[in-house]
Every structure is written in C-alpha cells, then in structure tokens.
Design a protein around this ligand. Structure first.
Ligand code: GLN
Length: 491
C-alpha cells in the first residue's frame, strides 16, 4: 500500500478528488505519523486530531455530494503557532500566551479552511519568531529530521521539520528576516517568503510589522506555489495588504518544471557568493549556478554593495518595532498574569508578568528596540537604519533593471548542532545574513534545496522584484527539475 505521508500535496489532492482515497484516510495517515515520530522531532506544539478529522470528513462529504473541490482539498497542513486559530491554542512559542485560545481565525487560516485543507495543528517556533534555530521556543527545541542532534532552522523550525519528517505535506510559516527560507534550506524543503503585503497579516501575532510576511512551506516548488495561491491576495482587514491579485505562481512553477530557462537572466549577488559561506555551501551553490546555466539561464554577477549592512540595520528596525508591538502583553488582556495577589499595583503585576512570561532573547530585543527608539538616540540608530533600508531597496531596484532575479545561497551554513550558537547572539543572527535584504526591501524570496554538504541539505535563494513572485517560482522549479528533491535518512 502507498504510504500516503510520502506523497506531495498535488498527488494527495488528486487521489482524494478521484476517490482513490479519502481525506479522512489521508489525515489519519499523517496523525499516525505524528504520533510515531514527533516525540523525537517536537515539530508540533499542539495537534488538533478531532478538528482535523472533522474537517477531513467535511471534505469527503462535499465530494460525495458531487461538489467541485479546490486543488488542495483534503490535504493536511501544519500551521506555525504565530497565526491565530479560533478555539485552538496559539502560544507564539511563548509562556506569556500559554493556554490562550484565540476567539478568531487569522485570514490565512480562514483561507486554508475555505480551500478544504485540513489543519493538523500548530508548529513549534522560536519565541515570538525571534531566532534562527527554534531553540528559543519556551516549549523545547525542534530537532532536524536529517540529524536529530541538529537544529531545524528558525524561527519556523517546527513547520520545516514537520515537512522533512513527513508529518505534513504542507505548512505555513512567517518570514521577518528569513524564518521561512532558512528553515527550508537546512531541512531540505522549500520555503517561500511572498512579497510583503501579498499575504495577509491579519491574525499573525506581530513581531516587526513592516517586515512580517506569512508564506508557504512544502517539499516541492509546485506544492508551495499552490499553497501560496490559496492563502495569498488582498485582505481589507490588513492595512498594508496589496490590493492586487497574486501573480500566477502555479503556472510559473509548472513552466519552470519544464526545465527551460531560456531568456531568463539571473544575477549572482557578488557580496553573497563564496566568501562568508561554508565551503560545502559555496560548492553546492556554484554547482547549482552551473545547473541553471545548463537550463538556458544567462548568468551575470551583480554587486549589491549595501546588502552587507542589512543585518545591522535589521537588528535596529526589527527590535524597535518589536518593542512597540510586544507592549500589548501586559498581563491584563490575555495570557499569563503573574503576582496579582490583590496587594500589588498594576505596574508591579505587569512587570512580574513580563519578567516571567518572556524568554531572554525576547527581552534582549525589547531592550535593544527601546534603546534604539529612545529620545536622543532615535536618529542615530533607528533613523540611520531606515536610511540603510532605502539604500538596500535602491540596490534591488538597480539590480532588477539588469536581471530578472537575483540568486545566492539561502544561508551561510548548514544545520548546526543544538547548543552551538546559543551563547553568542551574533552567531545566531548570522544565519539570516543572506535572507534579510529581501525583507528590508519587501520583495519575494524562495529557498529551494540545491544539494548536500557533508550529508546535510543546502538551499539556494531566488529573489525577485516586488509582486513578481511568479519569477522566483519559475527559477526554483527549474532548478528542482535539474537537481531533484532531497530525502532525509529514515527517522
Ligand atoms: N532570525 C531572525 C530573527 O531572529 C529572523 C526571524 C524571522 O524571520 N521571524 O529576527
């Protein structure tokens, strides 16, 4: 019998639509897989078995009634615990929201339900999406299915690990500085950060509102494109949502899969090629550039001189926005309340609650951001960083006058051992060296598996102009057709 957990979303939806299997069977197979392996992976913070089976039964009933089903109907999906799910616990990986059951669904969750996908549960993440390894989750680290002594990337390590461990064929992540793409790269899966505003932030617990972008994670480029199409598009409830349809990412992925990139001009980012990356990562990247050239792409070098300032600028802008956004966790409105014994002042209870509820990295970001925004320092730190952001955007604009898309490795290094980078925050921040410029600019970026280094996956990043998300899918799918997909050793 076919192992349903090994199939792609496209294959699963096809089997369900043809009546060769049911959505309930598909869902059961994935719930069984979670039960069998998740004690070793810890990808899930909450599994909603009853909700998933009820949603699957509804899809089977609609099919039996002869209703037309969408392209992802009956396919299970794991959702990063940063998106609100009505009545289903949402913690953002933090103790401060432990036990909170939101009264509403995020727009993306609503759209997943409307598409007939089956929500399996909520995935582990670095607390408030701050981190690159999922070690900063208040609920224990997620482990990389390729080697359970290593990290699965972060902050969306749970979503990526769930895919690599065959616990789910599709997952949702959020990318503020790389949290979809970097976990994708180090787990051998596909992760796409859509154009900022191309996917709704309504119901996404805010970290850095000018950067936060929810997006699709999958094991193949086409699956990611189908998920992107299902969740993307204008949302009047998000004031920064782009009032335009998502470009046809599915058609672009199918076009790319033909393996022909004739007429496509790709720019290798000079500042991110070679130096800074581990030798094995640099080698896999160079081989992939050759593979893209063989598919017909024209390859040129493009210098983006300000990209090297992206990391420091990000670590002023993101903490500044975080310090403001996280002020709402005050022990009054939702989640944890500490020390409210009737004798303490409101300020004391707030302070005790925030001290007990936030972990060390979140506190560090709040302090950094508060400092960067404080009077007398605002212009020197936050203001300067905003100017750098403009320069980075200009680098992208100039590059896209010359090339259709930019490429680089997704990360400088492969999955590192658990514990290797937790004592020095800067070493952890370096994981996003190559992904952050895209967030500061607002354009789309995708990570696609491109090879192995010492038996561990390496990702290639494709960056495209804003609202040209289709271009990155075409290039990624073409590379996938040449190098194939990567399967971890059995757990
Ligand atoms: N690792 C980066 C950070 O810690 C990016 C996180 C993200 O994209 N959510 O801020």
């Amino acid at each position: 019998m076919t192992d349903l957990t090994k199939l792609t979303a496209v294959e699963l939806a096809g089997l369900v639509a043809d009546g060769q299997t049911s959505a309930v069977e598909v869902t059961r197979a994935h719930l069984d897989r979670i039960a069998a392996v998740d004690d070793r992976v810890n990808a899930f913070l909450h599994v909603d078995a009853d909700g998933a089976l009820a949603a699957a039964r509804a899809v089977d009933e609609r099919r039996a009634a002869g209703e037309e089903l969408g392209p992802l109907a009956g396919v299970p999906v794991a959702v990063k615990d940063v998106l609100t799910t009505k009545g289903v616990p949402t913690t953002v990986g933090s103790k401060i929201l432990e036990g909170w059951r939101p009264p509403y669904d995020a727009t993306i969750v609503q759209r997943l339900r409307a598409a007939g996908t089956v929500l399996l549960g909520k995935t582990n993440m670095d607390e408030f999406a701050m981190g690159s390894s999922t070690e900063y989750s208040a609920y224990g680290p997620t482990r990389n299915p390729w080697d359970t002594d290593r990290i699965p990337g972060g902050s969306g390590g749970g979503s990526a690990a769930a895919l690599a461990a065959y616990e789910a064929p599709l997952a949702i992540g959020s990318d503020t500085g790389g949290s979809i793409r970097q976990p994708g790269a180090v787990t051998g899966t596909v992760g796409a950060k859509p154009t900022y505003g191309g996917t709704s932030r309504y119901g996404l617990v805010a970290f850095s509102s000018s950067l936060d972008t929810p997006g699709p994670c999958a094991r193949t480029v086409l699956d990611a494109a189908l998920l992107h199409a299902a969740i993307g598009g204008h949302d009047p409830r998000d004031s920064t949502s782009v009032p335009q349809p998502v470009p046809d990412v599915v058609a672009a992925a199918r076009l790319g899969a033909t393996g022909d990139l004739t007429g496509v001009k790709l720019g290798v980012v000079t500042e991110f090629s070679g130096e800074g990356a581990e030798p094995g990562v640099a080698a896999a990247f160079r081989d992939s550039v050759d593979a893209l050239a063989k598919l017909g792409a024209e390859i040129v070098e493009v210098s983006c001189p300000h990209f090297t300032y992206a990391l420091p600028a990000y670590y002023l802008i993101a903490p500044s926005e975080c310090s403001s956004n996280l002020a709402r966790f005050d022990g009054v409105r939702f989640g944890l309340r500490e020390g409210d014994d009737g004798n303490r002042s409101l300020e004391e209870v707030m302070s005790l609650t925030r001290d007990a509820g936030f972990g060390p990295e979140v506190k560090r970001r709040i302090m950094l951001g508060t400092y960067a925004l404080s009077s007398g320092y605002y212009d020197a730190y936050y203001g300067q960083a905003q100017k750098v952001r403009t320069l980075i955007t200009r680098d992208f604009t100039a590059a896209f006058e010359r090339v259709d898309a930019l490429i680089s490795p997704t990360t400088p290094f492969v999955a590192f051992p658990i514990g290797a980078r937790t004592s020095d925050p800067y070493q952890m921040y370096l994981a996003d060296l190559y992904t952050i410029p895209t967030n500061l600019y607002g354009g789309p970026g995708i990570s696609v598996p491109c090879g192995l280094s010492e038996g561990l996956p390496v990702g290639l990043q494709v960056m495209a102009p804003t609202m040209a998300d289709d271009r990155m899918y075409r290039v990624a799918a073409a590379l996938e057709s040449a190098v194939g997909t990567f399967t971890p050793p059995a757990l």
